[in-house]
Design a protein. Structure first.
Length: 402
């Protein structure tokens, strides 16, 4: 039998040199039949020795008979039925090899995403305490999103799970994507929606948000993480690649570090697509929806009449308002960064939103105006009032003493 080197040489002499079989036999000192076999074979020669056989061969017919009637019978039960007395491993391997021939074909479906089709969204809860004041630290959720086609990852830490905060973070993440996916996949968050029987019911706040964008929504059933496996894996990726070894001085510092890390993460070659998300996102955006001329406004808004204690409460914190509008109706708007109060269209307070709890925040100009107004009020109120004094003799006459 020829080895691979001789086989290659025989074929070279015939194909490249144009030698006849007779000449090749004379040069290589091989038999005519060996040379002819080498020229007919398109694959290199390989030596294979027949296997010694297996102890399972003697009972394979019985195993096949059982599998034909009960294709899902466990190998341990088969061993019991055929009286198997030897090691179970070798029998399990043969059963695993034979079983597919008796089971119906059940191919799995590969999930594919078209450009611009959808993005998956989820709240990630990083296991890290974020300082929000000199004596307070807390943990906050991060809204994470992954585009289905490009696998571009976006994220933003938000102060709470309330609708105005989650949707405010959602809008910031959509800006990071650069366009609006045609549909989003969500968990059953209280601010997004719930399944009621067989019907998915979305909240009014979320419907107003997605209605302005023209975006569809798919609500996952409870206990179905596979339905949004892309973002679940992204959460794990941030947990293991972004968090370790980092320190954060504030929520703003967390978001700044996260955005810087996301730029690098989106430039890596994605394991699933074998492409860089930062490159595939251009095709993704081309099929997404453009932002409308007027973006949704997810801010928390409420109106009230400002009392003498010229503060408004947002969450558990109190924010000062200019005391000149005491007694008048004001409108308060709260977003991820600011708490703004207006009166008749005029701004009367603007505070950086505090992520701490049970705090009182007073602007210097509000405290100064309060002192000035109190001083002016004192000057307008007389401190001494003349009171008529009654003659004591009048009381004696009234009681009959005099």
């Amino acid at each position: 039998m020829l080895d691979v080197e001789d086989w290659a040489e025989v074929r070279r002499l015939h194909r490249a040199e144009g030698l006849s079989i007779k000449e090749i036999v004379r040069l290589t000192r091989r038999s005519r039949n060996t040379v002819r076999s080498a020229l007919r074979s398109d694959a290199p020669p390989a030596y294979s020795r027949p296997g010694p056989g297996s102890c399972v061969d003697a009972v394979e017919a019985e195993v096949r008979k059982l599998l034909e009637e009960f294709p899902r019978m466990p190998a341990t039960v088969i061993a019991e039925r055929i009286g198997w007395q030897r090691g179970i491993t070798v029998l399990k391997e043969r059963v695993a090899e034979l079983r597919p021939a008796y089971l119906p074909v059940d191919p799995c479906q590969r999930t594919e995403y078209r450009p611009g089709e959808l993005a998956q969204w989820d709240l990630w809860f990083p296991d890290v305490d974020i300082p929000v004041a000199h004596d307070e630290a807390a943990r906050f959720p991060v809204l994470a999103g992954v585009s289905g086609y490009s696998r571009l990852l976006v994220g933003r830490m938000v102060p709470s799970r309330q609708a105005h905060d989650v949707l405010g973070g959602h809008l910031a993440c959509l800006k990071g994507l650069g366009a609006v996916p045609r549909a989003g996949v969500y968990d059953q968050e209280g601010c997004i929606g719930r399944w009621r029987g067989r019907r998915a019911v979305l909240t009014n706040e979320f419907n107003a948000f997605r209605g302005v964008l023209g975006m569809g929504a798919v609500l996952c059933a409870r206990g179905d993480p596979e339905a949004k496996g892309l973002v679940e894996r992204a959460n794990l990726y941030m947990e293991t690649s972004f968090l370790p070894g980092r320190r954060f001085s504030s929520p703003e510092d967390f978001n700044a570090q996260l955005q810087a890390w996301l730029i690098k993460a989106n430039h890596r070659v994605h394991e699933g697509t074998r492409a860089r998300p930062s490159e595939r996102i251009w095709e993704d955006r081309g099929a997404m929806l453009a932002f409308p001329a007027v973006l949704p406004d997810p801010r928390l808004r409420f109106c009230l009449r400002l009392g003498r204690d010229h503060y408004v409460r947002v969450g558990t914190n109190d924010y000062s308002v200019h005391p000149s509008v005491i007694g008048r109706r004001i409108e308060v708007a709260v977003d991820l960064e600011w708490v703004v109060a207006t009166c008749a269209g005029v701004e009367v307070a603007r505070h950086r939103r505090s992520w701490a709890t049970h705090r009182t925040l007073t602007l210097v100009e509000h405290a100064r105006a309060r002192r000035e107004l109190r001083e002016a009020a004192r000057q307008q109120t007389p401190l001494e009032v003349e009171v008529e004094e009654r003659d004591l003799a009048d009381y004696d006459r009234a009681t009959g003493v005099a």
